[in-house]
Design a protein around this ligand. Structure first.
Ligand code: 13P
Length: 341
């Protein structure tokens, strides 16, 4: 198969009805924070055991089309020797890989950040492919205030995202482009909308400059929501209307799928918001999920680092995957939050 048809096949596998992506690609410092919250030490073995448990969940492939790994996981194995990417692929879940190297302060731009990791990226992708990775992820973050992000941060991160996406496509790997407008702060939903519009506009301008094929690109944006510290929480209908308004202004219909991040929303909020969008009727792109915390938090709390909690961990993950699979089709029923185990 040529790279073109490889890319097309990967996109089609990811954009399946009723399915979304599990973001299990927490970097070592991030997973250490999440484990600390449940009193578990972040050792390589604990990370392996936890992620094996998630991927071995029976029936998960019914609601997940893809999983994003951190580099370490790509070469880890299950207890029976099966490589973890294969454990996913066995359930029809396409393995992907986080390829950015995290964020650092942007020079001469106090409060802004830039994501690194372009050096040697083509070579790394060539090494990840034989391990099973068919798509990749790069996350840019934007802090919000009355003055942030600066024009420079918006342009610099768009340039990096577009360079990354072009390199991925050249290597036959589908790029997920993730510009995350952070929820931290007390800004209004209007301010989040304004920033998100500027960010997405610049990202697509840069993708065009870098000749990235939009048909073989997936977008992973944040939803348009007020800051976490803002006095008023937005209802799903408002989040859905604002988010779709901004996406319609900025994302060409050639993009096949938009997979939202959860970004600090509660699991139930993230599900309800996605559902509300999908209830507004057909859109130019498929609207799905690529959640980290909103899929994993209840599972991690059930696990507590103990093998005896395996069943409860997997049930908690399967429940969130199932409810988000329904939200992906606008068929989520909040009453199911309490009625399924
Ligand atoms: P959250 O859904 O927890 O925001 O994680 C998604 C992700 O991949 C962040 O890069």
């Amino acid at each position: 198969m040529s790279d073109e048809s490889d890319l097309q096949a990967t996109v089609e596998a990811l954009v399946r009805k009723g399915k979304g992506i599990l973001a299990a690609d927490e970097s070592n410092p991030t997973i250490a924070k999440r484990f600390a919250a449940i009193g578990v030490e972040s050792t390589e073995e604990n990370r392996r055991a936890y992620r094996q448990l998630l991927l071995a969940t029976s029936g998960l492939g019914e609601f997940l089309s893809g999983v994003i790994f951190f580099e370490e996981t790509l070469s880890q194995r299950a207890d029976d020797g099966t490589p973890l990417p294969q454990l996913a692929a066995r359930q029809g879940i396409v393995p992907g890989i986080k390829v950015d190297a995290g964020k650092i302060p942007l020079a001469d731009a106090p409060g802004d950040e830039i994501t690194q990791g372009l050096d040697g990226l083509a070579k790394r992708l060539a090494a990840y492919k034989p391990l099973g990775a068919r798509f990749a992820k790069w996350r840019a973050v934007y802090n919000v205030s009355a003055t942030l992000p600066s024009r420079m941060a918006i342009e610099a991160n768009a340039e990096a995202l577009a360079s990354y996406a072009a390199i991925c496509q050249e290597q036959g790997v589908v790029p997920i482009v993730e510009p995350e407008v952070l929820m931290d702060g007390d800004h209004t939903i209007d301010r989040c909308a304004e920033v998100t519009e500027a960010v997405l506009h610049e990202v697509f301008h840069a993708l065009h400059r870098h000749r990235v094929v939009l048909e073989h690109t997936l977008l992973k944006p944040s939803m348009v929501v007020p800051g976490k510290a803002h006095a008023k929480r937005a209802k799903s209908g408002e989040v859905a209307a604002w988010t779709l308004r901004i996406l319609k202004r900025t994302v060409p219909p050639a993009v096949p799928g938009i997979f939202f991040l959860s970004g600090g929303q509660t699991p139930a909020e993230a599900t309800a918001n996605l559902d509300a969008m999908n209830r507004l009727g057909a859109q130019p792109w498929q609207l799905s999920f690529s959640y980290g915390r909103a899929l994993q938090d209840p599972a991690m709390k059930a696990w507590k680092g103990q093998a005896v909690n395996a069943r409860a961990t997997q049930n908690a993950l399967l429940k969130r995957a199932k409810l988000n699979g329904a939200a992906r089709e606008g068929k989520y029923d909040a009453a199911l939050e309490d009625s399924i185990a």
